[in-house]
Write a protein that binds this ligand. Sequence first.
Ligand SMILES: C[S@@+](CC[C@H](N)C(=O)[O-])C[C@H]1O[C@@H](n2cnc3c(N)ncnc32)[C@H](O)[C@@H]1O
Length: 162
Amino acid sequence: MSRLDSFIRRLEAQRACLDAAAAMIACTPGPVLEVGLGNGRTYDHMRERLAGRAIFVFDRQVATHPASTPPPEFLIIGDVRKTLAGAAGRIGASAAMAHVDIGSGEEAANAVLAAAIVPSLVALMAPGGVIVSDQPLAHAGLELLPLPGGVKPGRYHMYRVR
Ligand SMILES: C[S@@+](CC[C@H](N)C(=O)[O-])C[C@H]1O[C@@H](n2cnc3c(N)ncnc32)[C@H](O)[C@@H]1O
């Protein structure tokens, strides 16, 4: 498979998982977390699909397309290994959904970062909340969910918070 095909399939998987999670949390109150703002593409998709929800966004910097820049009161800037751990007061309620998209090209570093943030992330979530992630997450408080049809196992990941 060409790198272009692989990239397109990753984005299709990302969108399918975000849409499935948005439907799953329709009856779960609470804000939404975007961990890894990047260009703001998935943030823009989430704010369209989750209209009316507060979306708190985490990244070490703002490097978005201008049309996809979150309002400052929803931006939490810094290393997610620190900012997630201190975010409960700022967010103000348990989160119904989170999207984690923090991967770089380095698999080993991605795994270390995911393991470092998962306890703080789970602590911010409501029971029954859904996490969509580019990295596999291991935590006793998470139950692995099946992926939407057409998404190859391992390409993206979905979890329900126990
Ligand atoms: C793949 S990009 C996110 C893409 C974004 N979801 C989109 O659709 O445009 C990954 C982002 O994670 C952020 N990131 C990676 N490690 C981080 C860390 N330790 N603390 C804060 N942000 C981090 C990077 O700055 C980058 O913006």
